[in-house]
Structures are given as C-alpha cells and as structure tokens.
Write a protein that binds this ligand. Structure first.
Ligand code: IPD
Length: 269
C-alpha cells in the first residue's frame, strides 16, 4: 500500500468510529454548546467530543503530523502532513435530526492552507446512511459497499433537462442577498437545486454522480478538504473564484464538461 492509501485507511477507520460516537450522542439528545460566527452557526457538545476522539486517535497513530480541526484549532506538526478535520459537517442538520451529516477527515501535505496544500487522502462518512467515501491521490475515489469498494465517477455533460446542482447559504446573513443573486444566475443551467446542508456530502455526491455540480460561498477548509479530493479523484474539477482554488469566497465542483460554464454563470461577468 502507498503512504496515501495508508492515510486514507486510517482516515476511514477513525471517521467510522467518530461517526458512531456522533450517532450515539444524537440518540441521547443534542446539546447546543455555543454559537460561533453567527447565531445560526452552532456547535454542539458532540462536535467537540467527536473532534477530541479524532484528535486523540490521529495523535496516537501519527504523533508527528499536524492537526487543523473545526472545533479545536490548529497545531503544527513535524512530518509535513496535516490532518484537516470536520467532526460533524452538517451540524444544523444534526441538531434538528435531519439525517444528512458527515465526519470529514483529510490528510494534506505542504502549508495547511487550501490555497496551497496538496490533499493526499480523505474520508467522508455519512453517518446516518453508513456510507463511507474515500479518496487517495492518484488512486481514485471509492464508495465502500458490503460488496467491496466501488469506484466513483463524476457525471459527464448534463442532458437537455439541465444539471442537478447543490448549493448552500453560509451562516452570515449579510451574504445571503449575494448568494441568491448567484443562484439566479446559475438557474438557467439547472434542472433543479438541492440544499443538503453538509458540504462534505455535497462534494461526495458530485464525486458519486448523484449531483452534477455544487457551489457555495463561505466554506472553511475542513468543510471541503476531503470532499474536494473525492471529486478530483472521481474525474471532476474543483476550484474557487475563476482560475482559483477552492476557498472561502467560492468553492465550485463539477464534472469537467460542466465546470467552466458553472463558474462563468456564478461569476456573472
Ligand atoms: C456547514 C455545512 C453547510 C454549509 C456551511 C458549513 P458545519 O458545516 O457544510 O452545508 O452551508 O457553510 O459551515 O458548520 O456543519 O460543520
């Protein structure tokens, strides 16, 4: 096995264990622990506990690696590899009991900034469905089924009916008018729109061909680190503002035939 495949296996094992803890805590009752960037941007006690579990497991298995987590921040490492972790992506769904939330774990190399890093491996575990998606740089993206790993492929150019697209609306109310303007520019390309509520699942679904494309403003590095690698390894493209890499201003993912048209429509210039 390559180093990246080992990293993906570790990410997958820990994501499943972490997801099971999240699921147990949900059954026991969700406690909102705090709000973050806005009143709508919540953190539950489970987010914190699940991140601690992931951090402990990674620290034990790979003590020289760095860590960048949604809830507990950044710690540099010495190996050149950093783990980028969202313990519960889709926290609002989790709190409301909507079964669309995921554990997202990626290993990246280089400066742990999405403008510069290279993702090596990633796992997205859809906790409520039990679906595990993994990607290895240069080794493809897979959905793990009881019959074995199934390779993922993005969709080719959408047909006459248009593209099935997903998006999101971040937590900052000041940006919603701009998000809606973008959405109306994109509608001519769309057969319909989904707002799933977990960027990691949105990206996994683009990789799996369940969506033709996805775009959102306001994402954090941990929201897209693993999912973006899934899309690229499934043959798709991921970017940000025209010509850029995915980032807070914009994250776009789609099959190669749709990608440029989607970015142009979002940009509107
Ligand atoms: C959120 C989800 C959501 C997206 C938000 C993210 P969180 O992550 O991915 O779909 O719209 O921008 O912050 O807060 O649940 O980890």
């Amino acid at each position: 096995m390559t180093v990246s495949a080992d990293l993906a296996r570790l990410a997958a094992d820990i994501a499943i264990e972490a997801g099971e803890l999240a699921r147990r805590r949900r059954v026991e009752g969700v406690q909102i622990a705090a709000t973050k960037s806005a009143a709508a941007d919540i953190v539950t006690a489970a987010d914190r506990e699940v991140e601690q579990l992931i951090r402990r497991r990674l620290g034990r298995a790979r003590p020289d690696d760095g860590f960048l987590g949604e809830e507990s921040g950044a710690e540099p490492g010495a190996s050149g590899i950093t783990w980028v972790v969202d313990p519960i992506d889709g926290t609002v769904n989790y709190a409301y009991g909507i079964p669309a939330y995921a554990v997202s774990i990626a290993a990246v190399t280089g400066d742990p900034d999405p403008q510069r890093w290279t993702a090596l491996a990633g796992a997205v575990f859809g906790v409520a469905t039990g679906e595990l998606f993994t990607a290895v740089r240069g080794g493809g993206a897979h959905l793990h089924t009881p019959d074995g790993p199934k390779p993922l492929h993005v969709n080719a150019q959408p047909g006459e009916a248009g593209a099935l697209l997903a998006t999101g609306f971040g937590y900052d109310p000041a940006t919603h008018a701009g998000d809606l303007a973008r959405l109306s520019r994109v509608m001519p390309l769309a057969r319909d729109i989904r707002r799933i509520g977990s960027a990691a699942l949105d990206l996994a679904f683009v990789a799996a061909g369940r969506l033709d494309g996805y775009f959102e403003r306001g994402l954090n590095p941990w929201d897209h680190a693993a999912g973006a690698l899934l899309v690229e390894e499934a043959g798709g493209r991921v970017g940000g503002i025209p010509g850029g890499r995915p980032g807070t201003e914009l994250t776009v993912a789609a099959g190669p035939d749709l990608f440029d048209a989607l970015v142009t429509a979002i940009d509107g210039r």
